[in-house]
Design a protein around this ligand. Structure first.
Ligand SMILES: *[C@@H]1O[C@H](CO)[C@@H](O)[C@H](O)[C@H]1NC(C)=O
Ligand SMILES: *[C@@H]1O[C@H](CO)[C@@H](O)[C@H](O)[C@H]1NC(C)=O
Length: 286
C-alpha cells in the first residue's frame, strides 16, 4: 500500500520540530495517576505498561485539568492480533455534555493495519470521525502522538505530522472546546464496535495485550476549577499559544496534505449518505 518513496517523503518532512518535549520526559507520578487495571511502571517511572486480559483493561489520567496545551506522548501499541482491542489517548471534560478530543487506535487481525480514529466532541456531540492508517507499524516502536489545543486551532499530530486540523471558527457559529479537560489514556475491550464494525472479536489466546507509554510531560495550562480562565490559558506566555502554533507552517501544510491524500481511510466530511449537507466546519477547516 505505501511505497518507499512515500515513507522517505514523510521522514523528510518530519525532521524539524520536536515541540519542546524534554528528552526522557518526567516521571509518571509527577503528572499522572493510575485510574484502573494493571499498570506496570518501568524505567523508574519514565515508562508505563498497560495490560488487558479477560478480567480488566487498564488506564491512567493526568492529575490536572487543562485549558489549552500541546499534549504529547510516546506510545507503542500491542502487537500481533489485536482485533477488538482499543488503545485510547484523549482529552475529555467528562460527563455527557463533554468536550473531548480523541485518538483511538483500533486494533486489527495480524497483518491488517491498525487504524487511528480521531474525533472531536463539543458539548456532548461527536460524530466527527476521521480515520487513518499509518505509514509505519505502530506496534514495533514508540511513536509520538500529540494533540494541540489553543485559542486558534486543534491539531492532531503523528510524529510531528499534522493529520487533522479543527480550527476555532466560533465567529461562524461552529462549536469549539471550552471546558477544562483531563488527559486520559486507556486500553480496553472495544470488540463490540472497533474492528470491522464489531464483527472481529478479541482472540484471547493473544492476551494479555500490552501497550507502552513514555514522556509524561505537563505542557498544558492548568484549569482545575469549573471554568477556564481564557485570559490565562490563551496567553502567549505559553509556547503552544504563540503565533507559530496558530496555523500550520509551509512544511506542515505539505505533510498534512500528503498524509490526508494517502493515508486517510474515512472522513465524516465526505460521508454524503450520513451528512447530505456537510457540517459547516468541514468547509471552514479546508
Ligand atoms: C522545512 O523542512 C526542512 C527540512 O527539515 C527545513 O530545512 C526547512 O527550513 C523547513 N522549511 C520551513 C518553511 O519550515
Ligand atoms: C486465535 O489465535 C490462535 C493462535 O493463532 C488460533 O489458533 C485460533 O484459531 C484463533 N481463534 C480464533 C477464534 O480465531
Amino acid at each position: 500500500m505505501f511505497s518507499v518513496l512515500d515513507f522517505v517523503l514523510v521522514l523528510f518532512l518530519i525532521g524539524t520540530v520536536d515541540a519542546g518535549v524534554p528528552a526522557g520526559g518526567r516521571p509518571f507520578d509527577d503528572n499522572y495517576v493510575v485510574t484502573w487495571g494493571n499498570v506496570l511502571k518501568l524505567d523508574q517511572g519514565r515508562e508505563v505498561q498497560l495490560s488487558m486480559d479477560k478480567t480488566s483493561g487498564a488506564g491512567f489520567q493526568s492529575k490536572h485539568k487543562f485549558g489549552s496545551g500541546f499534549f504529547q506522548m510516546r506510545i507503542k501499541l500491542p502487537p500481533k492480533d489485536t482485533a477488538g482491542v482499543v488503545t485510547a489517548f484523549y482529552l475529555t471534560s467528562k460527563g455527557d455534555t463533554q468536550d473531548e478530543l480523541d485518538f483511538e487506535f483500533l486494533g486489527d487481525r495480524e497483518g491488517k493495519p491498525i487504524q487511528i480514529q480521531t474525533n472531536v466532541f463539543i458539548n456532548g456531540q461527536g460524530n466527527r470521525e476521521q480515520k487513518f492508517v499509518l505509514w509505519f507499524d505502530p506496534s514495533t516502536d514508540f511513536h509520538t502522538y500529540g494533540i494541540l489545543w489553543n485559542p486558534y486551532q486543534i491539531a492532531f499530530y503523528v510524529d510531528n505530522v499534522p493529520i487533522r486540523i479543527f480550527k476555532n471558527n466560533k465567529r461562524y457559529g461552529v462549536g469549539y472546546p471550552s471546558k477544562p479537560m483531563t488527559l486520559v489514556v486507556s486500553l480496553w475491550n472495544g470488540e463490540g464496535w472497533a474492528t470491522d464494525g464489531g464483527k472481529a472479536k478479541i482472540n484471547w489466546s493473544y492476551a494479555p495485550f500490552k501497550a507502552n507509554f513514555e514522556r509524561f510531560s505537563d505542557s498544558g495550562c492548568h484549569a482545575d476549577g469549573l471554568n477556564i480562565n481564557a485570559k490565562v490559558c490563551g496567553s502567549t506566555t505559553y509556547w503552544w499559544n504563540t503565533i507559530q502554533y496558530s496555523r500550520l507552517s509551509a512544511n506542515e501544510t505539505t505533510a498534512f496534505k500528503n498524509v490526508r491524500a494517502k493515508y486517510m481511510t474515512y472522513d465524516y466530511c465526505s460521508d454524503h449518505p450520513r451528512y447530505p449537507v456537510p457540517p459547516t466546519e468541514c468547509r471552514l477547516n479546508q
